[in-house]
Structures are given as C-alpha cells and as structure tokens.
Design a protein around this ligand. Structure first.
Ligand code: ZN
Length: 287
C-alpha cells in the first residue's frame, strides 16, 4: 500500500503535552510542515481562543478537532446541567477555531454508581441536549469510543458499533441520503481504543464517509506499562495501521490522520521537535 500523503498529518497537542503550549505547538507544526492541529482545551484556554484562532489562521493550519467535550454523567441534575453548559462553551470554542469537529469523550460512571446502563442513558440525554447548538454552529460532534478499560472513569461508550447506534438514535439518516457534508453527529476512530475489535472493519464501513469525522493514530505497545500514559509511536506496537487506514479510505474518509500519543515515560520526555520529526517519518512509513 502506498504511503499516506504527508499533507494529511495532524498533531494532537496531547503528543507534546508538558513541553509545548499551544502557541509553540502551532509554530512547531508550521516549522515542520504539519498542516493539521487538534488542541486540547486547557492549552487553548491558556493561550486564549482569539489568539489561538489568529495564530492558526496565520499559519493556515486545519483544526482537525477540538479535544474535548463530553463527560456528561453525574450524580445530580445540577452537575449534569453544568456539564452541558461546559459542552456548549466547547462548541463555541470549536466554532471560533473553525474546528472540523468537537471530540466527545462521553464520561463514565458517576462517583459511587454501579449503574452503567444509567450512565449510558445520561450520555444519550447529554448529547441530545447539545446537538441543536452544534448543528447551528456548524460544529459536528464526534463520539470517540474508548477502550473498555476506561468504561468506569472516562467513557461508557466502548465500541464503534455502540457509538454508531447512538448516532443513529439521535440523528437518523434518511435512507439513501448522500452528499458531501458530514453528519452533525458522527465518530472519531482512535486506533488505540478500537484496534482489537473484531467488528472494526464493519463499523468503519457502517459509519461511512459522512459519520467518519476524525481518525486518531498511535500504537499499542506490548507490554503496556500504563493504561493511560504509555501509548506508542506508530510502528512501535501491534496495531496494523496500514490495514485500518485502508478500511477508512475504502469507507470514503479523506480527512487528516491525527497523531495522539500520551507517553509520560518516553515521548513526553523528548525534544518536541524531534517528536514531530519522528511522527512525520513514522506516519509516512508505518501508517
Ligand atoms: Zn483520540
């Protein structure tokens, strides 16, 4: 399979966390010829939304997503309402940046709860509550299914099929509807979370071009020493990135490939310029 076009690489700022603020990440991408960026909101707030939007425009970067909204479930109605308000602010920020989507990490169980079905119902209600504003702002919502090991504390949506069921329940597609515009509600496919799923190819096909809103890449290391902060660089682990990319392409996805590597013991310790150079090389040959 031919290497992916270098122009499709995007940097998720989680990859240079702790070393670079958003302004440095924007400049780093520009310097290294990386054309896409996906900021996390804490870095965005530190830089200021207007400043960030200006710098991103000045360097002509594409914002491939804003990380992140979601975290809907809570023990009481007041906190759930506050969570929804925070998501509405995230939609405004994504709109100000011209982001291609707002990534939703939907949240896990409220503290003390054992009711995962209840948490999933709260997620559905939360997305339903913010979908009209997202649609009005032209900011598609990308549900990111997370590996089941995070079901309790980060996301109780754990497979692509489950995410797509939610999409179809909340934003049904008219049969036979086509068109270039993405759906207002779709999915972010992060290989770290879904690579193991025997239904992954079928899920990508089912999502199709209009619901495939983002594609996050990294690798799964063996052994993995930390379930959150030990992601691998493309090519260093067991994920068949070329095969998954071929499924994405076949399904019609033409968007960016966003590198998102949480790596406290390795990549976060290195010079971010070196990290970006490695991302570029590995994206070309391993992805
Ligand atoms: Zn991701």
């Amino acid at each position: 399979m031919a290497p992916p076009p270098a122009g499709l690489l995007s940097l998720n700022t989680a990859t240079t966390r702790g070393r670079w603020g958003l302004a440095q990440a924007i400049e780093g991408c520009a310097r290294r010829g990386i054309r896409g960026i996906s900021p996390w909101r804490d870095l965005l707030h530190a830089m200021g939304v207007a400043n960030a939007a200006r710098a991103i425009r000045a360097h002509d970067l594409t914002v491939t997503g804003l990380c992140r909204g979601g975290m809907f479930p809570a023990r009481d109605a007041r906190t759930r309402k506050a969570n929804i308000a925070d998501n509405l602010r995230a939609i405004e920020e994504a709109h100000a940046l011209g982001a291609q989507c707002l990534v939703l990490v939907v949240g896990g169980l409220p503290a003390g709860s054992k009711d995962i079905a209840g948490a999933r119902a709260q997620v559905k209600e939360g997305i339903a509550a913010i979908l009209p504003q997202a649609r009005a702002a032209g900011v598609p919502l990308a549900i990111e299914p997370l590996h089941p090991m995070y079901a309790a504390d980060r996301a109780c949506v754990n497979t692509l099929a489950q995410a797509l069921d939610l999409c179809e329940a909340l934003e049904p597609r008219k049969p036979g509807a086509t068109g270039a515009k993405p759906c207002a509600l779709g999915v972010a496919v992060d290989v770290y979370h879904v690579w193991w799923d025997p239904q992954l190819e079928a899920g990508i096909r089912r999502a199709g071009k209009r619901r495939l809103l983002a594609y996050h890449i990294c690798d799964w290391l063996v052994p993995t020493t930390d379930l959150l902060l030990d992601r691998g660089m493309m090519g260093d682990g067991v994920i068949d990135l070329k095969r998954i990319r071929s499924w994405m392409t076949r399904a019609g996805y033409r968007g960016f490939h966003e590198v998102e590597i949480f790596s406290a013991a390795n990549w976060w310790k290195r010079d971010p310029d070196e990290v970006l150079a490695t991302c570029k090389a590995r994206h070309r040959w391993m992805s």
